[in-house]
Design a binder for this molecule. Structure first.
Ligand code: GTP
Ligand code: MG
Length: 417
């Protein structure tokens, strides 16, 4: 099955907790704090794998979670960091986060960091100061990033074969490459795109054969519209036309209808250079039909081929390769020099719903997630940081009174003065 869209849930590892401990040794009465820091949580990477051809595996297995870091230990021992988690995706996968493209895997082996593991919490040894020599406070590990990714596979090919059903696109691909797509004498033989590598001299070109298009394809008729997006990322199109026409229409009528479908789907697609190849020229009666077709096209270059006998194929390939080489079109979803959007986020915000005050903000939620509220010293430290950030002031401005509930991330407590 060819699956070209998927949604996955990715969670990076949480950092290991810091340790709270004191050195205990015979004859050393005041050993001092020696709790080590926790290890870093596992990062999550995406890797472009040229051996994968669909997103099917990812729809079967949509949840990915990297390992957590190990906790710190006494005697100042650091916790071990967790291994990274690698998610393999087919070449040509575009990755979206909150509707915005964040990655476009175009080169084999390309590896990108998509979710960062949390930092390890500090152990109590890290909180020792000249004034406070025996702290019990330690941090819990920072939670790993938790994200939802939408994946879309957009094949990347140099040349796309387009045309009505049964025109001979798959036969053309089979004739010119080692690919062995299904070929048969009925429409809609090809159900999902096939890729093949066509070699000429020392150069290789990737050719994509997509399912036949019909009128109304851009609105979802037939199979084609799902696959139109795949030819968006080709540099050149070869339009394969059955010289005997399709669906009781002449070759010329099919040619006009196909161009209309392409431009209705996307203006950029309609502007792509297209080579016109009229197929099945080995059959009797084709010569007369070709004359009529050429007349209608008024001097446009038309290649007459037979995908079965091989006649005229080489000339088409030479023309297509030339068009690919001169095409400077950027086929990435990222335009060159695109500016990253900068979103300003205030440090925190406070929302009041009746007697509940909800504090949100990345920094503050992280702090809450890393605090062990059962530890009195940790609680005091948390309070002090809230004061420093000015949270207390805002709460008072919003009219908080003792007894109200304060919520930060998953943590909630009753406000006292
Ligand atoms: N005589 C002759 N028959 C051809 C030629 N090219 C293709 N055919 C035949 O036309 C039929 C359709 O060929 P396919 O290659 O499956 O056509 P397609 O465009 O891939 O069709 P869909 O996948 O259904 O869109 C098959 O029976 C082929 O053998 C040709 O040059 N000459
Ligand atoms: Mg086919």
């Amino acid at each position: 099955m060819f699956i070209d869209k998927a949604r996955i849930y990715v969670t990076a590892g949480r950092g290991g907790a810091g340790c709270s401990s004191f050195r205990r040794e015979k004859f050393v009465p005041l050993g001092g704090p020696d709790g080590g820091n926790g290890g870093k949580g596992g990062d999550v990477y995406l890797v472009a794998d040229p051996h994968m051809s669909t997103l099917l595996d990812l729809t079967y297995r949509p949840h990915y979670r990297a390992q957590d870091g190990n906790p710190g230990q006494s005697a100042n021992k650091y916790g071990r960091g967790a291994h990274e988690l690698v998610i393999r995706l087919p070449l040509g996968t575009v990755v979206y986060k909150n509707g915005e493209a964040v990655a476009d895997l175009k080169t084999p082996g390309e590896k990108i960091l998509i979710a960062k593991g949390g930092r390890g919490g500090r152990g109590n040894a890290a909180f020792k100061t000249s004034r406070h020599t025996a702290p019990r406070v330690f941090e819990k590990g920072e939670p790993g990033e938790d994200i939802i990714l939408e994946l879309e596979l957009k094949l990347i090919a140099d040349i796309g074969l387009v045309g009505f059903p049964n025109a001979g696109k798959s036969t053309f691909l089979a004739r010119t490459s080692a690919a062995r797509p299904k070929i048969a004498d009925y429409p809609f033989t090809t159900l999902s795109p096939n890729l093949g590598v066509v070699t000429m001299g020392e150069k290789n070109f990737v050719v994509a054969d997509i399912p036949g298009l019909i009128e109304g394809a851009h609105e979802g008729r037939g199979l084609g519209d799902d696959f139109l997006r795949h030819i968006q990322r080709t540099r050149t199109l070869i339009h394969i036309i059955d010289i005997f026409g399709f669906d009781n229409k002449t070759a010329y009528q099919n040619y006009v209808a196909l161009n209309k479908e392409l431009s209705k789907y996307s203006k950029a697609l309609a502007k792509k250079p297209a080579i016109i190849a009229v197929n099945k020229m080995d059959l009797t009666g084709s010569k007369e039909k070709l004359l009529a077709f050429k007349k209608k096209l008024k001097g446009k270059k038309v290649f007459a081929v037979s995908a079965v006998s091989g006649e005229g194929i080489k000339e088409v390939l030479i023309a297509a390769f030339k068009a690919v080489e001169v095409s400077k079109e950027e086929i990435s979803v990222f335009k060159e020099g695109a500016v990253k959007k900068y979103v300003y986020e205030p440090e925190f915000s406070v929302e009041r719903i009746d007697d509940v005050f909800i504090i949100s903000g990345k920094k503050i939620e992280k702090l809450a997630a890393m605090t062990d509220f059962a530890n009195y010293e940790a609680l005091v430290r948390f309070d002090n940081i809230l004061k420093k950030l000015g949270v207390d002031k805002i709460l008072k401005e919003k009219g908080i009174t003792p007894g109200c509930t304060v919520k930060i991330g998953e943590h909630e407590y009753i406000y006292e003065d």
